[in-house]
Design a protein around this ligand. Structure first.
Ligand SMILES: CCCCCCC/C=C/C(=O)SCCNC(=O)CCNC(=O)[C@H](O)C(C)(C)COP(=O)(O)OP(=O)(O)OC[C@H]1O[C@@H](n2cnc3c(N)ncnc32)[C@H](O)[C@@H]1OP(=O)(O)O
Length: 287
């Protein structure tokens, strides 16, 4: 290989691969609002949500996440770690702008994509973990609790706060929460719309570990995946899916009714009024 060819090969490698101290990362796919970096050594994919400032889950971000999960599954990665490009927000949950004064066709597409994203993540055969490097209310908490393991940074908040917004978390949000928390703790937290501090979340088991940095959180997620080293991946995936099959099947069976209920609820004038007031209160904070 001559020098020019070597330079060109190196340039190619630098474009396709990034390098940290110990690991080589390959950028597998880059949706507009997400990136996926696969650690070549461990085979673990880090899916980073990158819709700043707060990773509000709008139609496009949900589509990117959904496509990334499919790609990670298809590439037989050894694990999927969900995290955020923001240093203070994991995800602010559903983008309220999708539900406020909505275009009806887009609203349907939005909710259907959320359902499909949840089915893909909660039912994923690949081991999943969330490195929660910021606040994680409502839909953000749904994504984190859909994973098998959670590592959170201190001094942030996580929870399903829907009742504080005057809305009701769908059954599958509740089922996901109940898969992680004791039923009584889940019912109390949901009815109160409680946001847990990182430290409280650790205490009740809403998260599994705390970490001091995003890098440490990702490392701890990798260590969780390493606990499966001596298991058969197929048996592992089947076991996980059997644990979750009732919740998954329920949404599969009720997808159309769930969509109808959502559309009916969002379009109620009182709900629209409440969403408008909540949006104003969020914006007033920044003035
Ligand atoms: C109607 C039927 C519903 C059926 C059930 C649906 C179940 C619902 C699930 C949901 O996920 S609803 C969304 C719930 N989310 C929240 O309540 C979180 C609200 N946001 C926050 O608490 C904070 O923003 C934060 C996440 C703690 C971050 O705080 P920070 O101080 O860092 O940022 P802010 O200045 O507050 O926000 C910046 C910017 O982003 C806007 N914004 C924040 N969250 C949302 C959101 N969820 N949707 C849309 N927009 C959001 C916020 O207004 C600011 O906008 P600008 O003022 O910069 O224009």
């Amino acid at each position: 290989m001559n020098r020019a060819m070597m330079m060109s090969a190196a340039k190619n490698l630098l474009t396709r691969y990034g390098s940290t101290k110990n690991n080589i990362y390959r950028c597998m796919s880059t949706g507009k609002l997400t990136t996926v970096d696969v650690n070549e050594k461990s085979g673990v994919a880090v899916l980073t949500m990158n819709r700043l400032p707060v990773n509000g889950l709008n139609l496009e971000l949900l589509r990117d996440i959904r496509n990334d999960i499919d790609e990670i599954e298809g590439n037989k990665c050894r694990g999927l770690i969900l995290t955020s490009a923001s240093s203070s927000v994991f995800s602010a949950g559903l983008d309220i702008m999708e539900m406020y004064k909505p275009n009806q066709d887009r609203l349907k597409e939005f909710w259907t994509t959320l359902q499909d994203t949840w089915l893909a993540l909660y039912g994923s055969s690949v081991p999943t973990a969330a490195a929660i490097n910021g606040h994680s209310p409502a839909g953000g908490c749904l994504l984190a609790t859909s994973c098998e393991y959670r590592v959170m940074l201190p001094k942030f908040t996580i929870g399903l706060n829907e009742t504080k917004l005057g809305i009701v978390a769908p059954k599958w949000f509740m089922a996901t929460f109940c898969n992680v928390l004791p039923r009584r703790v889940a019912e109390m937290a949901l009815t109160q719309g409680k946001m847990f501090s990182s430290e409280e979340a650790l205490k009740v088991g809403l998260v599994d570990e705390l970490a001091q940095s995003k890098e440490e959180a990702i490392e701890k997620c990798q260590q969780f995946f390493a606990t499966f080293a001596k298991t058969n991946p197929f048996a592992r995936a089947m076991t996980k899916q059997q644990f979750r099959s009732k919740d998954l099947q329920q949404l599969e069976d009720e997808k159309a009714q769930d969509l109808e209920a959502f559309l009916f609820f969002v379009n109620q004038p009182s709900v629209q009024k409440g969403l408008g007031i909540y949006l104003d209160s969020l914006k007033a904070k920044t003035k």
